[in-house]
Design a protein around this ligand. Structure first.
Ligand code: AMP
Length: 446
């Protein structure tokens, strides 16, 4: 495509010189759906509710508003609230690329790291990207002032609410200038978000767009594995397939630790990322993964939410996600930017019910893959040993019927395995912990 045509594609949305040049430098050719639908409205100053998940190109959508409206004047004119520290880093880096020719001061502000350097960075900043807890901390200390804010962005709002940040978010919004423009992005718009929008936005326009993952390039599949062989199958797949970067999703921090520890014990160079690890460690791990120095990342949903990592060829669900949202989010880590990808769920009997529920709401085919010969590997567990629940297999108990094959093998006892909880109780514990963090002034991101 000719450069002129590319320029025109973005110019007609109202994007001007500096940002246009950055987009051409980045190799962008045409706007994504969410950009096409929202950028003209954002530039006109409208409040927007963007129904868009990560991968839709929403960072540029709100970024265009920020870059067109803010100037390098060293007072905070735009605030972007995000649920996780990783996302704060990612959005900051992306916005810096977009503002290359405008030289805005853009800084990330989140907990888990020293607050002192942030005081100075905020003094120099035109744009702050941060997680609710630490932003509130700065507001309370007086080191961040939002009285002259032009633009407030709530990114991944549903996730911020899931994580128990609603009160923090509302307190932050209340501290912002009343004359600001508000942009709210969220993969889903539950009633609580509709209420937020009604209370804090002015005549918001709702716009929806699809994820930019190409469904034709994304294959979804599952293995039905006898109890006790689940981890061994994961090791087998990681050792025998030769893909690019791999993400393995678990539902809890303890499972993430279990999987990563045992992968390492089995000679696989894997790293973990979850909310229980120090921020320094999480940043280092993300850098290793981004640079492909480590190719297997084992993570929880929260830690990986919204991350845009180039070259993820395989996503494994070691635990079946508790919600459809999380499933969609996980598989959206692969098949990005025109590349092929595969999302594989590894089922044992404990996962059948959850997986059946997911399938009922999904509109796609998930293919069953026949089990390869799997060698049982050694597992070191610090938890109590459990036993498999007999000889169930996944028979695709899905209301539409007939789509999933029946596997006639019997399950084996879970000799090397752990006792698995449903994940729900841990989830509610996590929510409780998130609340406690808020109540006690700590802002650990989970
Ligand atoms: P996001 O949903 O904002 O995380 O964006 C997902 C990825 O798409 C990021 O790597 C962006 O740099 C990239 N991206 C955003 N907009 C475009 C575009 N118009 N053309 C090509 N890539 C884009």
């Amino acid at each position: 495509m000719e450069t002129n045509e590319k320029i025109e594609n973005f110019q007609k949305l109202g994007i001007k010189e500096g940002l246009l040049r950055s987009l051409i430098d980045l190799g962008f050719e045409k706007p994504t759906e969410i950009q096409e639908k929202t950028i003209p409205l954002i530039i006109q100053g409208k409040d927007i509710i963007g129904g868009a998940a990560t991968g839709s190109g929403k960072t540029l959508a709100f970024g265009a508003g920020i870059i067109e409206k803010c100037n390098a004047e060293k007072y905070v004119q735009a605030l972007v609230l995000v649920p996780t520290r990783e996302l704060a880093e990612q959005v900051t880096k992306e916005l810096r690329k977009f503002s290359k020719y405008k030289n805005l001061g853009i800084t990330a502000v989140y907990g888990g790291v020293s607050i002192n350097p942030q005081f100075e960075a905020i003094q120099e900043a035109d744009v702050v990207v941060g997680t609710p807890g630490r932003i509130l901390d700065h507001l309370e200390r007086g080191s961040l002032k939002l009285k002259n804010l032009k633009l407030l962005v709530l990114d991944e709002t549903d996730r911020m609410l899931d994580m128990g940040f609603i009160e923090d978010v509302e307190r932050i919004v209340a501290a912002c200038s009343k004359f600001r423009q508000t942009l709210l992005f969220s993969a889903t718009i539950p009633p609580e978000i509709a209420r937020l929008a009604k209370e804090y936005m002015t005549g918001p326009i709702e716009v929806n767009a699809e994820i930019q993952v190409d469904p034709k390039k994304l294959k979804q599949a599952y293995y039905d594995v006898p109890d006790g062989l689940k981890f061994s199958l994961l090791v087998h797949l990681l050792k025998h397939e030769h893909p690019g970067l791999i993400m393995v999703f678990c539902n809890t921090q303890s499972n993430t630790d279990f999987v990563v520890r045992n992968l390492q014990n089995n000679g696989i160079d894997a790293k973990a990322i979850h909310g229980g690890l120090s921020q320094d460690k999480r940043n280092k791990t993300m850098n290793l993964f981004h640079s492909k120095a480590v190719s297997v990342l084992v993570c929880t949903d929260v830690a990986a939410r919204g991350l845009d990592i180039k070259g993820v060829s395989h996503v494994y669900n070691y635990d079946v996600p508790n919600e459809l949202n999380n499933y969609v989010h996980r598989i959206g880590r692969t098949a990005r930017a025109g590349a092929d990808g595969i999302a594989i769920t590894i089922l044992a009997s404990r996962d059948y019910d959850q997986f059946s529920r997911l399938l009922r709401t999904l509109e796609v085919d998930i293919e069953k893959i026949e089990l390869p010969e799997v060698e049982r590997v050694r597992i070191i567990t610090q938890e109590r040993r459990g036993f498999g629940r007999g000889s169930r297999d996944f028979a695709g108990r899905d209301s539409r019927g007939g789509r999933f094959g029946r596997d006639s093998r019997n399950s084996r006892p879970n000799r090397g395995g752990r006792r698995m909880s449903s994940g729900n109780s841990r989830d509610s514990r996590r929510a409780l912990r998130a609340r406690r963090h808020i109540n006690h002034g700590g802002y650990g991101m989970r």
